[in-house]
Design a protein around this ligand. Structure first.
Ligand SMILES: Cc1cc2nc3c(=O)[nH]c(=O)nc-3n(C[C@H](O)[C@H](O)[C@H](O)COP(=O)(O)OP(=O)(O)OC[C@H]3O[C@@H](n4cnc5c(N)ncnc54)[C@H](O)[C@@H]3O)c2cc1C
Length: 531
C-alpha cells in the first residue's frame, strides 16, 4: 500500500496535481484570451535547500514524546494555502517556520503544552488541515515571542459517538472531512458539510473559521450544524450544553465559532446529521446577462425553496475555466432530500429562472448526476481541479487569488461594479498590465448573495508579494467602504485582520479582547488573528 505524502508547496498529496494537458490548457487560456503570459517556471525549493531559522526553544522532557522538530515537519507546518503563502514558498522564504510541532493525543497533553508555552512566551498555533487561505496558520508572530509551537490535531480524528435517534454525532476536532464521512456512513447518516477543501480540512478548523459548505442556502455555514463545542483554553475548558436550540442568553458556541484558534482549541463537538440523500435533481440555466442570473437567484431564494445548490458563475469565470465562451453566465440549481422527491421545488425554481431570462442548459428531467454534461458539467469538473491551479501559476509569476463577501440585494449591483472596477484597476496599477477579475455566487440568502471574486494578473518578475498586497488592499478597502463583509466564509486570519478591526463595532472588539485576556492570560494563542 502506498502511503500518501502531503506537499509542502501546494494543495494535496505529492502524487497529485494538474496533468500537463490541464496545465497547458490553463496557461493557454490566460495567454490567448487575456494576454497574461507565463514566465519560466521557478522550481519547487528542495527540502535540503530550505534554510530554516535556528530554534532557540528548550522543550521540556515531558513533552518530547508528542513533539517533532525535523525539517520536513517544520516546513510542512510553515504555511497554509493562501496566495502570499504560495509566493513565499516558491521564494524559499521560510523565516517564520515554527520551532516545533506537537501531536497531542488527549486534552491533558494540550493543557501541558499551554502551561509550558505560557511560562516560556511561546506562541501556539492550532492546526487542523492547514487549508487556511487567509494566513490563519502561518506562524508569523511578533518578536515578543521566544518561539512558536504548532499544535497539529491530527490525532483527534475519531467519531466518538453517534446518536441515531436525534441524528447527531460527537466528533473530535482534528477529524478530516473524508474520515468523518467514512465513520458516519455505517449509520446511514452524513454531515454533508463539503467545503471545496473538504479532503484536507477538519471539523475543528471548520468551526474555528465558520466555514461555508456546499449547501448554498439554509445550512450555509458549519454554525448551523453545531449542537455543542468543547474548547480547551489556557485558563480552563468551556463545554457548552448539547441542545437542539436554546434561548439562554448569549451563546457560548457563537463565542467560540470563528475564534480561529485565538481563544483555545476545539477538541470535539456534537454536530447535527442528516439522512444520506436519495432524491437529487440538478438543472443548469444560461443567462446572457449576469444581473438577470442574480435576479433569478433572488427569486429562488425569496420563494422559500432552499435548494442545496444555487450558484451563478459569470461569463469571465466560465471562460477562465474552459466552461464557457464568454457569452453567457451560468446558474446551477440543485435540490436534494433523503425523504421525499424534489421535483415540485425544481419546477418552481425553473419558473423563477425562465421568468428572468434563463435558458435551460442541463435539463433536470433527464439529467444523470454522475455524468453531467453541458456547461454545468464542464464547470463542475473545473471546480474540482481548481485547488491545483496555484502551484502552476505562482512559480510562473501569475498572481491568482480569490476573495469573498456578502451584501444585501438592495446594494448588490452597485457593489458588484465598485468591487470589480477597484480590483481591475488595482491589478493594472500593481502589475502594469490589465488582468482578469471574475465573480460567482458561493451562497445565497433571501436578503442577499455571497459574491466570490477571483483575480489574475501577470506580475513583474520582482516583488510579486508586494504586487499581490496592493491588489488585496484595494479590493478589501472597496468591500468595507461599500458595505460588505471582509469575509463570508474564508475567515480573518492574518490577511484580513486590518479590515476586520474596522468592520467589528469598537466596543465589541474591546469586549472580545477582555474575554481573550481571561481565557489566554499570557496571550499565547494564535497571536495576530482575531484579537
Ligand atoms: C482549495 C481550498 C478550497 C477551500 N474552500 C473552502 C470552502 O469551500 N469553504 C470555506 O469555508 N473555506 C474554504 N477554504 C478555506 C479553508 O479550507 C477553511 O477555512 C477551513 O475551515 C479550514 O479548516 P482546516 O482544518 O484546514 O483549518 P486550518 O487551516 O488548519 O486552520 C484555520 C484556522 O482555524 C484554527 N484552528 C484549526 N483547527 C482548530 C481547532 N481544532 N481549534 C481551534 N482552532 C483551530 C487555526 O489556528 C487557524 O486560525 C478553502 C481552502 C482551500 C485551500
Amino acid at each position: 500500500m502506498s502511503i500518501k505524502k502531503l506537499k509542502y508547496w501546494g494543495w494535496g498529496n505529492t502524487d497529485e496535481g494538474l496533468t500537463n494537458k490541464e496545465s497547458d490548457l490553463l496557461l493557454g487560456t490566460f495567454a490567448k484570451k487575456f494576454g497574461i503570459l507565463p514566465k519560466n517556471k521557478v522550481k519547487v525549493p528542495k527540502l535540503d535547500d530550505i534554510k530554516l531559522p535556528t530554534t532557540q526553544i528548550n522543550l521540556p522532557k515531558s513533552l518530547r514524546s508528542i513533539c517533532k522538530d525535523d525539517p520536513l515537519e517544520r516546513v510542512l507546518h510553515s504555511f497554509g494555502q493562501s496566495q502570499p503563502d504560495s509566493i513565499r514558498i516558491f521564494a524559499a522564504d521560510f523565516d517564520h517556520a515554527p520551532d516545533v510541532i506537537a501531536y497531542p493525543e488527549n486534552e491533558e497533553d494540550i493543557s501541558a503544552i499551554f502551561d509550558w508555552a505560557g511560562e516560556s512566551k511561546i506562541a501556539v498555533i492550532p492546526y487542523g488541515g492547514g487549508s487556511s487561505v487567509v494566513g490563519g496558520v502561518t506562524p508569523d508572530v511578533s518578536d515578543y515571542y521566544t518561539g512558536t509551537i504548532v499544535i497539529d490535531l491530527s490525532k483527534f480524528n475519531r467519531v466518538k459517538e453517534v446518536d441515531e435517534v436525534s441524528r447527531a454525532a460527537l466528533i473530535q476536532g482534528g477529524t478530516r472531512g473524508p474520515d468523518l464521512e467514512r465513520q458516519l456512513k455505517p449509520h446511514g447518516l452524513t454531515l454533508r458539510h463539503f467545503p471545496q477543501s473538504f479532503e484536507h480540512s477538519t471539523l475543528g478548523g471548520w468551526i474555528a473559521t465558520r466555514s461555508g459548505g456546499h449547501f448554498a442556502t439554509l445550512y450555509t455555514h458549519i454554525d448551523d450544524l453545531v449542537e455543542n463545542i468543547t474548547t480547551v483554553a489556557p485558563s480552563g475548558s468551556i463545554i457548552s450544553r448539547r441542545l437542539p436550540g436554546s434561548g439562554a442568553g448569549p451563546s457560548p458556541d457563537s463565542f467560540i465559532m470563528g475564534s480561529e484558534g485565538s481563544l483555545g482549541i476545539i477538541t470535539e463537538a456534537w454536530v447535527r446529521l442528516q439522512g444520506r440523500p436519495k432524491y437529487k435533481s440538478t438543472a443548469g440555466f444560461k443567462f446572457t446577462n449576469f444581473f438577470d442570473a442574480a435576479r433569478a437567484v433572488r427569486a429562488v431564494s425569496q420563494a422559500g425553496l432552499y435548494p442545496s445548490n444555487l450558484r451563478i458563475v459569470d461569463q469571465t469565470e466560465l471562460l477562465v475555466n474552459g466552461a464557457g465562451d464568454g457569452t453567457f453566465s451560468l446558474m446551477v440549481v440543485s435540490f436534494e432530500s433523503s425523504d421525499h422527491p424534489v421535483e415540485s421545488w425544481m419546477h418552481r425554481a425553473e419558473e423563477c429562472c425562465l421568468d428572468n431570462g434563463g435558458i435551460l442548459d442541463v435539463d433536470w428531467r433527464s439529467n444523470d448526476q454522475a455524468n453531467m454534461e453541458g456547461a454545468v458539467g464542464a464547470w463542475r469538473n473545473a471546480f474540482i481541479r481548481m485547488p491545483y491551479n496555484r502551484e502552476e501559476l505562482t512559480p510562473r509569476g501569475i498572481i491568482s487569488d480569490t476573495f469573498e463577501t456578502a451584501i444585501t440585494w438592495d446594494k448588490f449591483e452597485e457593489f458588484y461594479y465598485a468591487i470589480k472596477e477597484a480590483t481591475s484597476s488595482a491589478v493594472k496599477e500593481a502589475t502594469g498590465k490589465s488582468g482578469v477579475v471574475s465573480c460567482r455566487f458561493s451562497h445565497a440568502y433571501p436578503d442577499g448573495p455571497a459574491p466570490y471574486f477571483a483575480f489574475h494578473g501577470e506580475a513583474f518578475k520582482d516583488g510579486i508579494l508586494e504586487q499581490w498586497q496592493i491588489i488585496k488592499n484595494v479590493a478589501s478597502e472597496a468591500i468595507i467602504k461599500n458595505g460588505g463583509t471582509i469575509t463570508h466564509h474564508h475567515a480573518i486570519g492574518r490577511d484580513h485582520r486590518k479590515w476586520y478591526n474596522r468592520q467589528r463595532p469598537k466596543l465589541f472588539g474591546e469586549i472580545l479582547n477582555e474575554a481573550k485576556n481571561h481565557l489566554d492570560p499570557e496571550n499565547i494563542m494564535n497571536p495576530g488573528v482575531i484579537t
